[in-house]
Write a protein that binds this ligand. Structure first.
Ligand code: FAD
Length: 400
């Protein structure tokens, strides 16, 4: 794996960090009202963030996954609004990516340019009241009716739902087939039979709007089916491999910023006549934070590297598991470093901690990730499915 960045990539990372620092105004107030700042979303569109991974012919930058990880880490380093970063990730990895990978030319032309330039916002709707971790055991139904499909079902916890113009919706076309009957659809918000309700106050990531999507006899033109009939399971697997690898890349930047702030605090806060960083307990705690971050960072880039090389591996799940768990541990440690101040809303620690808790659940819980890894490692299946191979030979840049 070659992570020796060229000048162009270094500049991209710095540009994203500077952009991130511009974003997130009125964060405390918007946390209360659970609002994403529309101006920030548009700034990200102007700077190419929304189109990082989309091919240039559809209005994006067409960057490879490793460079995307670098850009998003840079954005996270500058940006304090973790909710915005998660909303961007859902839009990019769970909507643009499957449209690009599985969409028809007509679908790509219709959706991708608007999803890149900020005219359209996307949301990914799979979770239901009865189905979460067992994601494909859907109760949402699709039925063919002439040149349309009719969709019925209720999706919940859908990130971006209140602001979305287009949803990727999963529904079962043939329940007798179980998960192999699942099919994906592109559903426009303004279609008859679509209702969106912002539901549930969140613990963290409060500036990332989410909600419930109800489809009630919603007639979707056959041309809006994404992929083939009954290909939903494959589309979801591909989407999740990308989302799990990359959606938490900004959190690496957030963790680094938090650690830098802890170092500054430990060097300036005095107790017993000396800086608290002089106490080994405090110093070791911060060292452990950095060690955890370095592990999460390498795993994220390794997962991105494998995506760039179309290598089926364990690293998307490993990276997501490690980064989300590391983030929670890191922000807990940061709270301890700051003492009572860390428990107040005067510093970012408590908000980062609340935000990080959500990342252990979204895109599959940590428990589910261990289940998936046990499966991939052949612990719970008869055959070992994936061998953790050494990284492939050096390879560069735009692989798409
Ligand atoms: C911040 C955030 C954003 C989200 N965004 C979206 C979105 O954009 N679109 C969308 O469709 N959904 C979204 N979700 C929903 C998310 O995907 C689900 O919450 C998640 O998959 C877990 O499902 P569940 O909540 O139904 O929990 P359940 O599946 O009911 O799990 C409950 C508990 O049981 C454990 N468990 C379940 N199965 C197993 C198993 N086999 N082995 C061991 N333990 C198990 C879980 O780990 C958990 O502890 C989001 C969630 C969050 C928190």
């Amino acid at each position: 794996m070659n992570l020796s960045w060229d000048e162009e990539r270094i500049r991209l990372g710095e540009r994203m960090r500077a952009l991130g620092a511009e974003l997130g105004a009125d964060l405390a107030a918007r946390e209360q009202s659970q609002q994403l700042r529309a101006g920030d979303w548009q700034r990200c569109a102007q700077e190419g963030v929304l189109g990082l991974a989309v091919p240039a012919e559809y209005g994006g930058l067409g960057l490879d996954p490793v460079t995307c990880a670098l850009a998003m880490e840079g954005l996270g380093r500058g940006c304090r609004d973790n909710g915005l970063l998660i909303s961007l990730g859902a839009h990019i990895w769970a909507v643009q990516l499957p449209v690009d990978r599985f969409g028809t030319t007509e679908q790509k032309q219709r959706y991708l340019p608007g999803l890149c330039d900020g005219r359209l916002t996307g949301a990914h709707a799979i979770t239901e009241r009865e189905t979460g971790s067992d994601a494909l055991a859907l109760t949402a139904r699709a039925r063919r009716d002439g040149d349309h499909y009719v969709l019925d079902g209720v999706k919940r916890f859908v990130t971006n739902a209140p602001i979305a113009d287009v949803f990727i919706v999963y529904a079962n076309l043939d329940p007798d087939l179980g998960f192999t009957g699942v099919t994906a659809f592109l559903v426009d918000r303004d279609q008859a039979g679509v209702t969106v309700r912002p539901r549930h106050e969140k613990t963290g990531l409060r500036t990332s709007p989410w909600g419930e999507l109800t489809l009630d006899g919603c007639r979707v033109p056959a041309g809006r089916r994404l992929g083939a009939e009954k290909q939903g399971s494959r589309i979801l697997t591909t989407t999740m491999a990308w989302e799990r690898a990359l959606i938490l890349a900004p959190l690496l930047g957030t963790m680094q910023r938090q650690i830098d702030e802890c170092v500054r605090y430990a060097r300036s806060r005095e107790q017993f006549g000396r800086n608290i960083g002089r106490f080994q307990a405090v110093a070791n705690r911060i060292v452990d934070m950095q060690v955890r971050l370095e592990a999460a960072r390498l795993l994220t880039y390794r997962a991105a590297w494998d995506l760039a090389h179309d290598t089926v591996s364990i690293f998307s799940e490993v990276a997501k598991l490690e980064t989300s768990e590391s983030a929670v541990s890191t922000f807990l440690d940061a709270m301890q470093v700051y003492g009572g101040l860390g428990y107040t809303t005067e510093v970012d620690v408590e908000r980062n901690l609340r935000d990080a808790l959500g990342t252990r659940i979204s895109s599959g819980t940590s428990d589910l990730h261990r289940v998936l890894l046990a499966d991939k490692l052949g612990i719970t299946t008869r055959q070992r499915r994936t061998t953790p191979e050494p990284v492939r030979a050096l390879h560069h840049a735009n692989t798409r």
